[in-house]
Design a protein around this ligand. Sequence first.
Ligand SMILES: *[C@@H]1O[C@H](CO)[C@@H](O)[C@H](O)[C@H]1NC(C)=O
Ligand SMILES: *[C@@H]1O[C@H](CO)[C@@H](O)[C@H](O)[C@H]1NC(C)=O
Length: 340
Amino acid sequence: MPVLAGWRLRAWWGLAGGAVLLALWLLWPPRPAPGETLAPQPTLTILIWHWPFTDRPPDLPSDTCTHFGVTNCCLTANRSLLARADVVVFHHRELQMRWARLPLDRRPWGQPWVWASLESPSHTHGLGRLGGIFNWVLSYRRDSDIFVPYGHLEPRTGPPPPPLPAKSGVAAWVVSNFQEQQRRAQLYRQLARHLRVDVFGRAIGRPLCANCLLPTVARYRFYLAFENSQHRDYITEKLWRNALVAGTVPVVLGPPRANYEAFVPPDAFVHVDDFGSTRQLAAFLAGMNETRYQRFFAWRDRLRVRLFSDWRERFCAICARYPHLPRRQVYEDLEGWFQA
Ligand SMILES: *[C@@H]1O[C@H](CO)[C@@H](O)[C@H](O)[C@H]1NC(C)=O
Ligand SMILES: *[C@@H]1O[C@H](CO)[C@@H](O)[C@H](O)[C@H]1NC(C)=O
């Protein structure tokens, strides 16, 4: 009897185990969706031809990208690896200044090249001679192959947001490069006729140290997040960091309101175009009551700002996007694309 019972038990366990194995085999590995292939991921080598804004690239240990949640991705600044690199990245500033030259004569056949820049078209020159070379673009433009915004809002998890900093002033502006012909300078001059705006920054001899900017502007209800030039999707750390992270309300000058609303909730900012005149804008800012003011921060209960400011993270994003990037694409008219 015990023998039989033991045999039955084993058979039952065998069946159950078989069913479990069958289920695992059916469910795992996950089936690729139609049109998608699921091949093991080889490690990609991304060669950065010239590190942005410096002759001294950071250390790039092999696990650099895993810190940014990207696996199988190796960043290198070693030009000897040109022939072996899966992708080569060229940052525009160094091409524009002719500190770096394209190794066109040594380019392996079919090697994808990336044009990378976070500057606006107003501050980008020399694109005319770069047509027909690059396969992919890395920029702040949403229609880039590798889209790298200055920041974004992500769902908030964990503890509720910290309380807003106490306010003692109405409006602040930080400007390091003041040029009268810029729209932001003209708008500031008009606004300052009707409203007290406290100005900081190198341009007026009141520079703020790196760690002083946020606590300084946080004491104001509004921050003038005026972009140096107005272009589609060109929304920089002036909005993300100086205003939203600081805990003040951005008054934005940049692309149209609808463009901002693709990035942040409509009630999170004041757009200068919302008003018929700067006098009306000034009256709105100065006459703000506390109830109305708090509404600008409704998003903080469910969202939080994530800043992207590390070039390593931006370059690692190439690997994350790699399987989806269009093959055999060439920007024949890079200037036309970027200036559009
Ligand atoms: C660059 O790569 C080459 C080829 O792998 C290697 O011999 C060389 O040591 C590397 N240089 C540096 C500075 O890592
Ligand atoms: C605050 O301002 C809003 C908008 O201007 C207005 O509708 C509301 O009545 C004001 N509330 C108080 C308490 O003054």
